[in-house]
Design a protein around this ligand. Sequence first.
Ligand code: S3P
Length: 428
Amino acid sequence: MEKHLTPIKSLTGAIKVPGDKSISHRAVMFGSIADGKTTINGFLTGEDCLSTISCFRKLGVNIQQDNDKVTVEGKGITGLQPSSEELYVGNSGTTIRLMMGILANTTFRSVLTGDESIAKRPMNRVTKPLKQIGALIEGNDSGNKVPLHIQGGRTKGIHYPSPIASAQVKSAILLAGLKAEGTTYVTEPSKSRDHTERMLEAFGVEVDEKGLTVSVAGGQELKGTHVEVPGDISSAAFFLVAGAIIPNSVITLKKVGLNPTRTGILDVLRDMGADITYQNVNDEASEPYGDLIIKTSSLKGAVIEGDLIPRLIDEIPIIALAATQAEGETIIKDAHELRVKETDRIATVVNELKKMGADIEATEDGMIINGKSLLKGASVQSYGDHRIGMMLSIAACIAEGETTLSRSEAIAVSYPSFFDQLNKLSQA
Ligand code: S3P
Protein backbone atom coordinates (compact mmCIF):
# COMPACT_ATOMS: atom_id res chain seq x y z
CA MET A 1 0.00 0.00 0.00
CA GLU A 2 1.23 3.49 -0.89
CA LYS A 3 0.75 6.34 1.55
CA HIS A 4 1.12 10.01 0.59
CA LEU A 5 2.38 12.10 3.47
CA THR A 6 2.72 15.87 3.84
CA PRO A 7 4.38 18.09 6.48
CA ILE A 8 2.70 18.71 9.84
CA LYS A 9 2.80 22.13 11.58
CA SER A 10 2.63 20.90 15.18
CA LEU A 11 1.56 17.99 17.37
CA THR A 12 -0.55 18.57 20.48
CA GLY A 13 -2.72 16.47 22.78
CA ALA A 14 -2.56 13.11 24.52
CA ILE A 15 -2.61 9.50 23.33
CA LYS A 16 -2.28 6.05 24.87
CA VAL A 17 0.07 4.04 22.69
CA PRO A 18 -0.89 0.36 22.20
CA GLY A 19 0.26 -2.44 24.47
CA ASP A 20 3.84 -3.62 24.68
CA LYS A 21 4.63 -6.21 22.00
CA SER A 22 7.19 -8.19 24.03
CA ILE A 23 4.88 -8.39 27.05
CA SER A 24 1.77 -9.24 24.97
CA HIS A 25 3.52 -12.21 23.30
CA ARG A 26 4.77 -13.54 26.61
CA ALA A 27 1.38 -13.18 28.33
CA VAL A 28 -0.27 -15.45 25.72
CA MET A 29 2.62 -17.92 25.67
CA PHE A 30 3.01 -18.23 29.43
CA GLY A 31 -0.77 -18.30 29.90
CA SER A 32 -0.92 -21.21 27.42
CA ILE A 33 1.59 -23.33 29.37
CA ALA A 34 0.26 -22.34 32.80
CA ASP A 35 -2.25 -24.28 34.87
CA GLY A 36 -5.58 -22.45 35.02
CA LYS A 37 -6.86 -19.29 33.47
CA THR A 38 -4.87 -16.17 32.50
CA THR A 39 -6.53 -12.84 31.76
CA ILE A 40 -4.73 -10.11 29.84
CA ASN A 41 -5.65 -6.44 29.64
CA GLY A 42 -3.99 -4.00 27.23
CA PHE A 43 -2.96 -6.74 24.77
CA LEU A 44 -1.41 -5.47 21.53
CA THR A 45 -3.64 -6.40 18.60
CA GLY A 46 -0.81 -5.97 16.07
CA GLU A 47 -0.22 -8.74 13.53
CA ASP A 48 2.81 -10.16 15.38
CA CYS A 49 0.89 -10.85 18.59
CA LEU A 50 -2.10 -12.21 16.65
CA SER A 51 0.36 -14.70 15.09
CA THR A 52 1.25 -15.87 18.61
CA ILE A 53 -2.44 -16.39 19.46
CA SER A 54 -2.98 -18.31 16.21
CA CYS A 55 0.00 -20.64 16.85
CA PHE A 56 -1.13 -21.52 20.39
CA ARG A 57 -4.70 -22.14 19.20
CA LYS A 58 -3.24 -24.66 16.73
CA LEU A 59 -1.54 -26.35 19.70
CA GLY A 60 -4.96 -26.89 21.30
CA VAL A 61 -5.16 -23.87 23.61
CA ASN A 62 -8.51 -22.15 24.00
CA ILE A 63 -7.88 -18.40 23.66
CA GLN A 64 -10.63 -15.77 23.54
CA GLN A 65 -9.73 -12.34 22.27
CA ASP A 66 -11.93 -9.28 22.41
CA ASN A 67 -9.84 -6.35 21.19
CA ASP A 68 -7.19 -5.76 23.91
CA LYS A 69 -8.76 -8.20 26.39
CA VAL A 70 -7.63 -11.81 26.15
CA THR A 71 -8.45 -14.92 28.17
CA VAL A 72 -6.23 -17.98 27.90
CA GLU A 73 -7.31 -21.39 29.25
CA GLY A 74 -3.89 -22.74 30.19
CA LYS A 75 -2.99 -26.35 29.36
CA GLY A 76 -0.04 -26.72 31.71
CA ILE A 77 3.53 -27.20 30.61
CA THR A 78 2.95 -30.72 29.24
CA GLY A 79 -0.60 -30.16 27.95
CA LEU A 80 -0.02 -28.69 24.46
CA GLN A 81 -1.33 -30.90 21.64
CA PRO A 82 0.27 -31.60 18.26
CA SER A 83 -0.85 -29.31 15.44
CA SER A 84 -1.98 -30.86 12.17
CA GLU A 85 -0.76 -27.72 10.38
CA GLU A 86 2.51 -25.82 10.31
CA LEU A 87 2.81 -23.11 12.96
CA TYR A 88 3.04 -19.88 10.92
CA VAL A 89 4.61 -16.97 12.84
CA GLY A 90 4.23 -14.33 10.11
CA ASN A 91 6.87 -11.60 10.61
CA SER A 92 7.46 -12.30 14.31
CA GLY A 93 10.96 -13.19 15.52
CA THR A 94 9.81 -13.22 19.14
CA THR A 95 7.04 -15.73 18.36
CA ILE A 96 9.31 -18.21 16.60
CA ARG A 97 12.27 -18.00 18.97
CA LEU A 98 10.30 -18.21 22.22
CA MET A 99 8.09 -20.97 20.79
CA MET A 100 11.20 -23.00 20.01
CA GLY A 101 11.99 -22.94 23.74
CA ILE A 102 8.43 -23.93 24.66
CA LEU A 103 8.24 -26.71 22.05
CA ALA A 104 11.47 -28.18 23.45
CA ASN A 105 9.24 -29.32 26.35
CA THR A 106 6.87 -31.36 24.14
CA THR A 107 7.02 -35.01 23.11
CA PHE A 108 5.65 -34.37 19.60
CA ARG A 109 7.07 -32.84 16.46
CA SER A 110 6.05 -29.32 15.31
CA VAL A 111 6.93 -27.33 12.22
CA LEU A 112 7.57 -23.60 12.58
CA THR A 113 7.63 -21.27 9.61
CA GLY A 114 7.12 -17.58 8.75
CA ASP A 115 7.14 -14.88 6.07
CA GLU A 116 9.94 -13.83 3.67
CA SER A 117 11.67 -11.75 6.39
CA ILE A 118 11.60 -14.62 8.91
CA ALA A 119 13.01 -16.90 6.19
CA LYS A 120 16.15 -14.74 6.13
CA ARG A 121 16.66 -14.43 9.89
CA PRO A 122 19.19 -16.57 11.79
CA MET A 123 17.72 -19.19 14.11
CA ASN A 124 21.04 -20.88 15.01
CA ARG A 125 21.35 -18.58 17.98
CA VAL A 126 18.43 -20.54 19.50
CA THR A 127 18.84 -23.91 17.72
CA LYS A 128 22.38 -24.34 19.08
CA PRO A 129 21.66 -23.96 22.83
CA LEU A 130 18.35 -25.84 22.58
CA LYS A 131 20.12 -28.81 20.98
CA GLN A 132 22.57 -28.75 23.89
CA ILE A 133 19.59 -28.89 26.29
CA GLY A 134 18.35 -31.96 24.40
CA ALA A 135 15.75 -30.71 21.86
CA LEU A 136 15.69 -32.32 18.43
CA ILE A 137 15.73 -29.60 15.75
CA GLU A 138 16.09 -29.81 12.00
CA GLY A 139 15.71 -27.09 9.39
CA ASN A 140 17.19 -25.42 6.35
CA ASP A 141 20.87 -24.50 6.57
CA SER A 142 21.40 -27.06 9.41
CA GLY A 143 18.60 -25.70 11.60
CA ASN A 144 19.49 -22.02 11.04
CA LYS A 145 16.53 -21.19 8.78
CA VAL A 146 12.80 -21.95 8.60
CA PRO A 147 10.97 -24.22 8.22
CA LEU A 148 12.16 -25.68 11.50
CA HIS A 149 11.08 -29.11 12.75
CA ILE A 150 11.29 -29.30 16.50
CA GLN A 151 10.60 -31.88 19.16
CA GLY A 152 11.56 -32.23 22.79
CA GLY A 153 13.83 -35.00 23.97
CA ARG A 154 15.38 -35.80 27.34
CA THR A 155 16.23 -32.24 28.31
CA LYS A 156 19.02 -31.40 30.75
CA GLY A 157 20.04 -28.04 32.24
CA ILE A 158 23.03 -26.28 30.69
CA HIS A 159 25.10 -23.22 31.43
CA TYR A 160 25.02 -21.17 28.25
CA PRO A 161 27.33 -18.20 27.73
CA SER A 162 25.36 -16.35 25.05
CA PRO A 163 27.59 -14.56 22.53
CA ILE A 164 24.89 -11.87 22.05
CA ALA A 165 22.68 -9.81 24.37
CA SER A 166 19.33 -11.09 23.10
CA ALA A 167 16.16 -11.48 25.14
CA GLN A 168 14.78 -13.86 22.53
CA VAL A 169 17.75 -16.20 22.98
CA LYS A 170 17.75 -15.86 26.77
CA SER A 171 13.98 -16.46 26.96
CA ALA A 172 14.02 -19.52 24.66
CA ILE A 173 16.69 -21.15 26.82
CA LEU A 174 14.94 -20.35 30.12
CA LEU A 175 11.62 -21.67 28.78
CA ALA A 176 13.28 -24.91 27.62
CA GLY A 177 14.87 -25.15 31.07
CA LEU A 178 11.48 -25.23 32.83
CA LYS A 179 11.10 -28.99 32.34
CA ALA A 180 14.79 -29.92 32.08
CA GLU A 181 16.63 -32.05 34.60
CA GLY A 182 18.68 -29.71 36.83
CA THR A 183 19.14 -25.96 36.50
CA THR A 184 19.55 -23.95 33.30
CA TYR A 185 21.78 -20.85 33.32
CA VAL A 186 22.20 -18.15 30.67
CA THR A 187 24.94 -15.52 30.87
CA GLU A 188 24.76 -12.51 28.54
CA PRO A 189 27.49 -10.07 27.49
CA SER A 190 25.19 -7.21 28.58
CA LYS A 191 21.69 -7.18 29.98
CA SER A 192 18.82 -7.59 27.53
CA ARG A 193 15.16 -6.86 28.27
CA ASP A 194 13.98 -8.87 31.29
CA HIS A 195 10.23 -9.30 30.60
CA THR A 196 10.52 -13.10 30.68
CA GLU A 197 12.13 -13.09 34.13
CA ARG A 198 9.54 -10.66 35.52
CA MET A 199 6.58 -12.47 34.00
CA LEU A 200 7.74 -15.97 34.96
CA GLU A 201 7.87 -14.72 38.55
CA ALA A 202 4.33 -13.34 38.22
CA PHE A 203 3.27 -16.86 37.08
CA GLY A 204 4.85 -18.31 40.25
CA VAL A 205 8.19 -19.53 38.84
CA GLU A 206 11.38 -18.90 40.80
CA VAL A 207 13.99 -17.17 38.66
CA ASP A 208 17.45 -16.47 40.00
CA GLU A 209 19.58 -13.55 38.83
CA LYS A 210 23.25 -12.98 39.67
CA GLY A 211 24.87 -10.20 37.67
CA LEU A 212 24.47 -11.07 34.00
CA THR A 213 23.49 -14.70 34.73
CA VAL A 214 19.84 -15.75 34.94
CA SER A 215 18.77 -19.27 35.90
CA VAL A 216 15.70 -21.45 36.41
CA ALA A 217 15.52 -24.82 38.14
CA GLY A 218 13.73 -27.49 36.09
CA GLY A 219 10.45 -29.04 37.21
CA GLN A 220 8.63 -25.76 37.94
CA GLU A 221 5.04 -25.10 36.97
CA LEU A 222 3.28 -21.87 36.00
CA LYS A 223 0.02 -20.77 37.60
CA GLY A 224 -2.43 -18.69 35.55
CA THR A 225 -2.63 -15.03 36.57
CA HIS A 226 -3.74 -11.57 35.41
CA VAL A 227 -1.37 -9.57 33.19
CA GLU A 228 -1.75 -5.80 32.77
CA VAL A 229 0.17 -4.75 29.65
CA PRO A 230 1.59 -1.19 29.70
CA GLY A 231 2.03 0.87 26.51
CA ASP A 232 4.97 -0.06 24.32
CA ILE A 233 7.91 2.32 24.78
CA SER A 234 9.14 1.18 21.34
CA SER A 235 5.89 2.54 19.83
CA ALA A 236 5.96 5.64 22.06
CA ALA A 237 9.48 6.29 20.71
CA PHE A 238 8.08 7.45 17.34
CA PHE A 239 5.98 10.11 19.07
CA LEU A 240 8.76 11.06 21.50
CA VAL A 241 10.96 11.93 18.53
CA ALA A 242 8.05 13.46 16.58
CA GLY A 243 7.24 15.71 19.57
CA ALA A 244 10.88 16.76 19.87
CA ILE A 245 11.47 17.60 16.17
CA ILE A 246 8.10 18.98 14.97
CA PRO A 247 7.81 22.71 15.84
CA ASN A 248 5.40 23.99 18.52
CA SER A 249 4.55 20.53 19.86
CA VAL A 250 3.56 19.33 23.34
CA ILE A 251 2.29 15.78 23.64
CA THR A 252 1.45 13.42 26.48
CA LEU A 253 1.94 9.67 26.03
CA LYS A 254 -0.06 7.86 28.69
CA LYS A 255 0.83 4.68 30.60
CA VAL A 256 4.06 3.89 28.77
CA GLY A 257 6.11 0.92 30.03
CA LEU A 258 9.23 2.13 31.89
CA ASN A 259 11.08 -1.14 32.49
CA PRO A 260 14.73 -0.01 32.93
CA THR A 261 15.92 -2.59 30.38
CA ARG A 262 13.88 -0.71 27.76
CA THR A 263 14.35 2.98 28.63
CA GLY A 264 17.61 3.64 26.73
CA ILE A 265 15.68 5.91 24.35
CA LEU A 266 14.76 8.23 27.24
CA ASP A 267 18.40 8.43 28.39
CA VAL A 268 19.59 9.20 24.86
CA LEU A 269 16.92 11.78 24.05
CA ARG A 270 17.59 13.59 27.33
CA ASP A 271 21.32 13.47 26.60
CA MET A 272 20.56 15.02 23.19
CA GLY A 273 18.68 17.85 24.91
CA ALA A 274 15.04 16.71 24.63
CA ASP A 275 12.51 18.18 27.04
CA ILE A 276 10.83 15.08 28.54
CA THR A 277 8.99 14.96 31.87
CA TYR A 278 7.34 12.07 33.74
CA GLN A 279 3.96 11.97 35.50
CA ASN A 280 1.92 9.32 37.36
CA VAL A 281 4.83 6.87 37.55
CA ASN A 282 4.06 3.46 39.07
CA ASP A 283 7.31 1.75 40.07
CA GLU A 284 5.65 -0.95 42.13
CA ALA A 285 4.02 -2.85 39.25
CA SER A 286 5.72 -5.98 37.91
CA GLU A 287 6.30 -3.85 34.79
CA PRO A 288 6.68 -0.16 35.79
CA TYR A 289 4.89 2.51 33.74
CA GLY A 290 4.11 6.23 33.67
CA ASP A 291 3.03 9.15 31.48
CA LEU A 292 5.63 10.96 29.36
CA ILE A 293 5.34 14.58 28.24
CA ILE A 294 7.51 15.73 25.37
CA LYS A 295 7.95 19.23 23.96
CA THR A 296 9.70 20.57 20.87
CA SER A 297 13.41 20.68 21.72
CA SER A 298 16.76 21.79 20.29
CA LEU A 299 18.76 18.60 19.94
CA LYS A 300 22.50 17.99 19.79
CA GLY A 301 24.42 14.92 18.60
CA ALA A 302 25.38 12.02 20.88
CA VAL A 303 27.46 8.84 20.99
CA ILE A 304 25.35 5.71 21.44
CA GLU A 305 27.25 2.50 22.18
CA GLY A 306 28.02 -0.41 24.51
CA ASP A 307 25.56 -1.60 27.18
CA LEU A 308 23.09 1.05 26.08
CA ILE A 309 22.48 -0.69 22.73
CA PRO A 310 20.29 -3.60 23.97
CA ARG A 311 18.24 -1.06 25.97
CA LEU A 312 17.20 0.76 22.76
CA ILE A 313 17.89 -1.67 19.92
CA ASP A 314 14.43 -1.31 18.34
CA GLU A 315 14.51 2.49 18.67
CA ILE A 316 17.67 3.04 16.60
CA PRO A 317 15.80 3.82 13.34
CA ILE A 318 13.85 6.66 14.99
CA ILE A 319 16.93 7.83 16.94
CA ALA A 320 18.72 8.09 13.58
CA LEU A 321 15.96 10.43 12.39
CA ALA A 322 16.29 12.51 15.58
CA ALA A 323 20.04 12.72 14.88
CA THR A 324 19.40 14.25 11.43
CA GLN A 325 17.70 17.12 13.31
CA ALA A 326 20.41 17.47 15.99
CA GLU A 327 23.35 19.88 15.78
CA GLY A 328 26.65 18.06 15.24
CA GLU A 329 27.64 14.44 14.91
CA THR A 330 25.84 11.36 16.22
CA ILE A 331 27.72 8.06 16.27
CA ILE A 332 25.90 4.76 16.76
CA LYS A 333 28.16 1.74 17.24
CA ASP A 334 28.16 -1.82 18.69
CA ALA A 335 24.80 -2.35 16.99
CA HIS A 336 25.60 -5.29 14.62
CA GLU A 337 22.31 -6.85 15.70
CA LEU A 338 20.49 -4.27 13.56
CA ARG A 339 21.67 -6.22 10.52
CA VAL A 340 19.48 -9.25 11.45
CA LYS A 341 16.23 -7.54 12.45
CA GLU A 342 13.05 -7.53 10.28
CA THR A 343 15.36 -5.94 7.66
CA ASP A 344 19.04 -5.02 7.77
CA ARG A 345 18.17 -1.81 9.61
CA ILE A 346 21.59 -0.22 9.10
CA ALA A 347 21.11 -0.50 5.33
CA THR A 348 17.40 0.38 5.23
CA VAL A 349 17.66 3.42 7.56
CA VAL A 350 20.69 4.83 5.74
CA ASN A 351 19.28 4.22 2.22
CA GLU A 352 15.91 5.76 2.86
CA LEU A 353 17.04 8.76 4.94
CA LYS A 354 19.67 9.55 2.28
CA LYS A 355 16.88 9.75 -0.31
CA MET A 356 15.32 12.48 1.87
CA GLY A 357 18.58 14.46 2.02
CA ALA A 358 20.08 13.32 5.35
CA ASP A 359 23.85 13.29 5.89
CA ILE A 360 24.12 9.69 7.10
CA GLU A 361 26.68 6.93 6.48
CA ALA A 362 26.55 3.25 7.36
CA THR A 363 29.36 1.62 9.29
CA GLU A 364 29.77 -2.10 9.89
CA ASP A 365 28.06 -1.96 13.30
CA GLY A 366 26.07 1.27 13.19
CA MET A 367 25.94 4.65 11.49
CA ILE A 368 27.30 8.19 11.59
CA ILE A 369 24.88 11.07 11.15
CA ASN A 370 25.67 14.77 10.78
CA GLY A 371 22.94 17.29 11.54
CA LYS A 372 21.09 19.28 11.19
CA SER A 373 19.73 18.67 7.68
CA LEU A 374 16.68 19.97 5.93
CA LEU A 375 14.80 16.84 4.81
CA LYS A 376 12.94 16.79 1.49
CA GLY A 377 9.93 14.69 0.52
CA ALA A 378 10.87 11.64 -1.56
CA SER A 379 9.65 8.23 -2.69
CA VAL A 380 10.68 5.88 0.08
CA GLN A 381 9.75 2.40 1.21
CA SER A 382 9.45 0.36 4.41
CA TYR A 383 10.89 -2.84 2.85
CA GLY A 384 8.09 -4.56 4.82
CA ASP A 385 9.65 -3.43 8.14
CA HIS A 386 7.13 -1.80 10.51
CA ARG A 387 9.70 0.35 12.32
CA ILE A 388 11.25 1.63 9.09
CA GLY A 389 7.73 2.54 7.86
CA MET A 390 6.95 4.52 11.04
CA MET A 391 10.33 6.27 11.12
CA LEU A 392 9.86 7.42 7.50
CA SER A 393 6.32 8.62 8.25
CA ILE A 394 7.65 10.86 11.04
CA ALA A 395 10.45 12.03 8.71
CA ALA A 396 7.72 13.00 6.20
CA CYS A 397 6.10 15.22 8.88
CA ILE A 398 9.16 17.54 8.88
CA ALA A 399 10.19 17.17 5.23
CA GLU A 400 9.60 19.82 2.60
CA GLY A 401 6.97 18.67 0.07
CA GLU A 402 5.24 15.32 -0.30
CA THR A 403 6.64 11.91 0.65
CA THR A 404 5.34 8.67 -0.84
CA LEU A 405 5.79 5.68 1.44
CA SER A 406 5.36 2.29 -0.18
CA ARG A 407 4.65 -0.94 1.74
CA SER A 408 3.14 1.19 4.53
CA GLU A 409 0.86 -1.72 5.54
CA ALA A 410 3.84 -3.25 7.41
CA ILE A 411 3.16 -0.76 10.22
CA ALA A 412 0.21 -2.94 11.37
CA VAL A 413 2.74 -5.52 12.61
CA SER A 414 3.18 -3.55 15.84
CA TYR A 415 1.06 -0.37 15.61
CA PRO A 416 -2.25 -0.70 13.73
CA SER A 417 -3.52 2.68 15.01
CA PHE A 418 -0.32 4.60 14.15
CA PHE A 419 -1.76 6.89 11.45
CA ASP A 420 -5.01 7.46 13.40
CA GLN A 421 -3.04 8.60 16.42
CA LEU A 422 -0.73 10.76 14.30
CA ASN A 423 -3.81 12.41 12.75
CA LYS A 424 -5.42 12.90 16.15
CA LEU A 425 -2.36 14.72 17.51
CA SER A 426 -1.90 16.81 14.40
CA GLN A 427 -5.53 17.95 14.32
CA ALA A 428 -5.85 18.75 18.02
C1 S3P B 1 12.42 -8.91 21.76
C2 S3P B 1 13.77 -8.85 21.82
C3 S3P B 1 14.61 -8.07 20.90
C4 S3P B 1 13.80 -7.05 20.12
C5 S3P B 1 12.52 -7.63 19.60
C6 S3P B 1 11.66 -8.14 20.74
C7 S3P B 1 11.68 -9.73 22.74
O1 S3P B 1 15.21 -8.96 19.97
O2 S3P B 1 14.57 -6.53 19.06
O3 S3P B 1 11.79 -6.64 18.89
O4 S3P B 1 10.45 -9.58 22.86
O5 S3P B 1 12.32 -10.54 23.41
P1 S3P B 1 16.58 -9.74 20.34
O6 S3P B 1 16.32 -10.63 21.47
O7 S3P B 1 16.94 -10.50 19.09
O8 S3P B 1 17.58 -8.66 20.65
